[in-house]
Design a protein around this ligand. Structure first.
Ligand code: 13P
Ligand code: SF4
Length: 338
């Protein structure tokens, strides 16, 4: 059983702007960013109007790396709270802004630092690998962080460094955990958390959309509630494993660019379709579930980004003692895999 949602996620509200207002706001944002010496980092799920003004758009791992490498004085983070915390941990001398502090994450909420401490007490000596979708306090209790693009490599690294028999506590995403177990052939203790957006993409949605587009390749995010089932189907031949790819958000964009296929069914948050289409003119992308919209990602609007750069607030600042401990697993994550 998955961990029950701690708070009911809000319904997605999408900022709609007419073209004139959009370009006026975008000009204001760019001018303010220059004035404030700010770099704008945006996650692949952000609204198109945000992606268009960002200096860099990417997946969680790429954004952590960009934050760590920037020499700008200010980082305006267009993503969710744990991502801005990660930037604050990696860049202590920078001001990290998040245009809406309410932009949380149902997955990050599914484990608290107190719960992790209790789990560790039950498994003394275990190595803790936590998906980057966790609070800074949880990271401070972890040995390694990982993202969807390097989770397998991180667990393989742990095995090499600590031996095949070491116990691994993996969380909070149980689907990513199941995927990593399958890919590494290694059992772990896996926390039963999940993302409500990806869990809402069900096997029947996928079966229907794939049947409508039989020529399409199938791109699936390892957080999807149906991912383990899809792997079972692939293993027993019900799903063509040659045309099924388990990828991070930026991994999907890279894959679609390099693939000879013209059509793709995409099982992740629908915000990614903008980046996929932009990078691949002429190719067609079909969402496995068009309602898979992250309400937290959509809280970042162009108006709020403009106000944030103008006011240099709200700021996300992880306290020193937590940042110092959380930095260790994040730096290990940034160093492993692509
Ligand atoms: P990526 O690391 O693949 O960008 O995923 C982040 C995320 O929040 C998925 O929901
Ligand atoms: Fe969190 Fe899911 Fe939104 Fe990603 S899509 S930020 S995991 S709630």
């Amino acid at each position: 059983m998955a961990t029950a949602l701690r708070t009911i996620p809000p319904r997605p509200v999408i900022e709609r702007l007419d073209p004139a207002e959009k370009s006026r706001l975008q000009e204001e944002v760019r001018a303010l960013a220059r004035e404030r010496d700010a770099v704008i980092l945006a996650h692949n799920y952000q609204l198109p109007q945000i992606q268009e003004v960002a200096d860099f758009v990417g997946d969680s791992l790429e954004l952590s790396r960009k934050a760590a490498a920037t020499d700008a004085a200010v980082i305006a983070f267009c993503g969710v709270h744990f991502m801005a915390e990660t930037a604050s941990i990696l860049c202590r001398d920078k001001k990290v802004l998040l245009p809406d502090l309410g932009a949380g994450c149902s997955l990050a909420e599914s484990i608290t630092a107190e719960e992790l401490r209790a789990w560790k007490r039950k498994h003394p000596g275990a190595i803790v690998v936590m998906y980057v979708n966790t609070s800074a306090e949880v990271k401070a209790e972890s040995d390694y962080c990982c993202t969807s693009s390097n989770a397998v490599q991180v667990v393989e690294h742990v095995r090499r460094e600590h031996g095949d028999d070491v116990e691994i506590l993996f969380g909070p995403d149980m689907w990513l955990g199941a995927y990593v177990e399958r890919m590494t052939g290694r059992k772990m203790h896996v926390w039963t958390g999940e993302c409500h957006v990806h869990a809402g993409i069900r096997p029947q949605d996928i079966a229907r959309v794939r049947a409508e587009h039989p020529e399409a390749e199938f791109l699936i995010h390892p957080e999807c509630g149906c991912s383990t089932q899809v792997m079972e189907y692939a293993a027993c031949g019900d799903v063509d494993p040659e045309r099924t790819f388990m990828l991070s958000t930026s991994g999907m964009i890279r894959h679609a660019r390099e693939s000879k296929a013209r059509e793709f069914v995409v099982a992740t948050e629908t915000g990614l379709l903008y980046g996929l289409e932009k990078a691949n003119p002429g190719k067609r992308f079909y969402p496995a579930n068009p309602d898979a919209i992250c309400p937290y990602m959509k809280m970042i609007t162009l108006r709020k980004l403009r106000d944030t750069l103008r006011d240099l607030a709200p700021e996300v600042r992880v306290p020193d003692d937590i940042a110092e401990r959380a930095r260790v697993p994040i730096e290990r994550m940034v160093a492993i895999g692509r």
